[in-house]
Design a protein around this ligand. Structure first.
Ligand code: PHE
Length: 342
């Protein structure tokens, strides 16, 4: 290959190779391979020494032309690379402000909380205050002051979880009766909603963690009639229809007399069906008149003061209201269950 042919082949090679450059940096590097100080074209010119003047002129001229042409090629490649990079940048930063967004899913109240708020409103409208108490209670507040002596057999029905300092997870909201007697001056009417705990064999209708709403009214001449009236107002408003109530005797150490309050079956209206086992009645809540010992331990004279108390099982009420057949759904975190109450 003579030198002029070499120059032509450098041109051809450069025209194929230069366009493979991806960045400006790479392009400059590749350019130097051909027309830089140490490039191929320069090395051809270094070999001109032995040639005639004409040949030197001809090759020098051609080399200059090739150099100019490659310079132009490099310039236009540089423009192309810049343009591509800008387009890439614009594309990567493109933000479509008109694209429809996925709408945010809002949470909602748990069905138990919903009904709890409803019940709170009903009681507040009857002049009750709402009280709260701790979930870890003393033995005294949970049992002793409610007339469960330390060897009382009724304690067995409410076995629970004890913490190392001798306190326990409260088995019922009745502990708040004791707290109310300590801090409030009669007459007073309170309800106390809260979470309670029992050592329980879990099944469709029993949980180790559930909710109660305690109620207590203390005043002069408070009787079972006041209690039945209050329960009637509550239940009629909760079930949004007239419900009948009846009392049966029931035993709890902190009430005397104690009752189980039943309501006429909300499914068959008292005619008899599978839900009420053909009896026409559903067992709803325990209640009674505050035991004189409880008043005495609370610092009140039972000859002067009387009261009623009740313990509403909130889970059970919510199950009746919505037709839920398994208590375990409540703490399952199952969204398909929870979304029904949005
Ligand atoms: N605390 C009782 C229980 O959990 C219920 C109750 C409350 C009974 C108030 C009578 C009066 O079983």
């Amino acid at each position: 290959m003579n030198l002029i042919e070499e120059v032509e082949s450098i041109l051809k090679e450069a025209q194929v190779f230069l366009p493979t450059s991806q960045t400006e940096e790479e392009l400059d590097k590749n350019k130097n391979l051909f027309i830089g100080k140490k490039g191929k074209l320069t090395s051809v010119l270094k070999k001109l020494g032995n040639l005639s003047i004409e040949e030197k002129k001809a090759i020098g001229k051609r080399a200059n032309e090739v150099s100019t042409e490659l310079e132009e090629t490099v310039n236009s490649l540089r423009e192309k690379i810049k343009k591509e990079q800008l387009e890439k940048l614009i594309y990567s930063e493109f933000y479509d402000t008109l694209r429809p967004i996925k709408s945010q899913e809002l949470g909602s109240l748990h069905p138990i909380t919903k009904i709890q708020y409803e019940i709170e409103d009903i009681f507040v409208s009857m002049g009750f205050s709402i009280m709260d108490g701790p979930e870890v209670e003393t033995d005294y507040n949970n049992f002793e002051a409610l007339n469960f002596t330390s060897d009382h057999p009724a304690r067995d029905m409410q076995d629970t979880f004890y913490v190392s300092d001798g306190n326990l997870l409260r088995t019922h909201t009745s502990a708040i009766q004791v707290r109310a007697l300590k801090v409030l001056k009669p007459p007073f009417k309170i309800i106390a909603p809260g979470r309670v705990f029992r050592y329980e064999e879990v099944d469709a209708s029993h949980e180790n963690t559930f909710y109660q709403i305690e109620g207590m009214a203390v005043g002069k001449d408070i009787s079972a009639a006041n209690m039945v009236y209050t329960m009637n107002v509550l239940l009629t408003r909760i079930f949004q229809k007239e419900v009948k109530v009846r009392l049966r005797p029931g035993y709890f150490p902190f009430v005397e007399p104690g009752f189980e309050l039943d309501i006429s079956c909300t499914v068959c209206e008292g005619k008899g069906c599978a839900v009420c086992k053909q009896s026409g009645w559903l067992e709803l809540l325990p209640c009674g008149l505050v035991h004189p010992n409880v008043l005495k331990l609370g610092g009140l004279d039972p000859n002067e003061w009387t009261g009623f108390a009740f313990g509403l099982g909130l889970d059970r009420l919510v199950m009746m209201r919505y037709g839920i057949n398994d208590i375990r759904y409540f703490h399952s975190g199952n969204l398909r269950f929870l979304k029904q109450f949005v």
